[in-house]
Design a protein. Structure first.
Length: 124
């Protein structure tokens, strides 16, 4: 399963369900910090060009499978206003071994941040 969600819905915890031959799950939860450059903020307003972002996320999970072998991934990125101290992104990766799960989670985070057209506007 490779999937992604761009949604205004909150990020909720999910059950840890492993498939056959999976021995590790790594989860990254990114939370909006309460300050930006030392100045307190209320949160971040995320916007997206949805057709392009969904296309790029789809290509990303396909590329992840092609370049990094068998694994599962789930990515959810919030849209709209996300208050400080509330999660804005979750990435979950399931693999056979723990080291590859950590590496893949870091890889997906870097790729989402650098290549998917999601923009943020700080709300003071």
């Amino acid at each position: 399963m490779h999937s992604f969600v761009l949604s205004e819905e909150p990020i909720l915890p999910d059950a840890h369900l492993f498939h056959e031959n999976e021995g590790a799950e790594v989860q990254f939860l990114g939370v909006v910090r309460g300050s930006e450059d030392g100045t307190p903020i209320q949160g971040i307003d995320y916007s997206v060009y949805r057709p392009m972002a969904e296309k790029m996320l789809s290509e990303l999970v396909v590329r992840g499978a092609a370049e990094h072998g068998v694994h599962r991934v789930f990515i959810q990125h919030r849209l709209g206003f996300v208050a400080a101290e509330v999660p804005s992104i979750i990435i979950r990766v399931w693999t056979k071994h723990s080291a590859e799960a950590f590496d893949l989670c870091r890889w997906y985070l870097k790729e989402v941040k650098t290549s998917v057209p999601i923009w943020k506007r700080i709300v003071h």
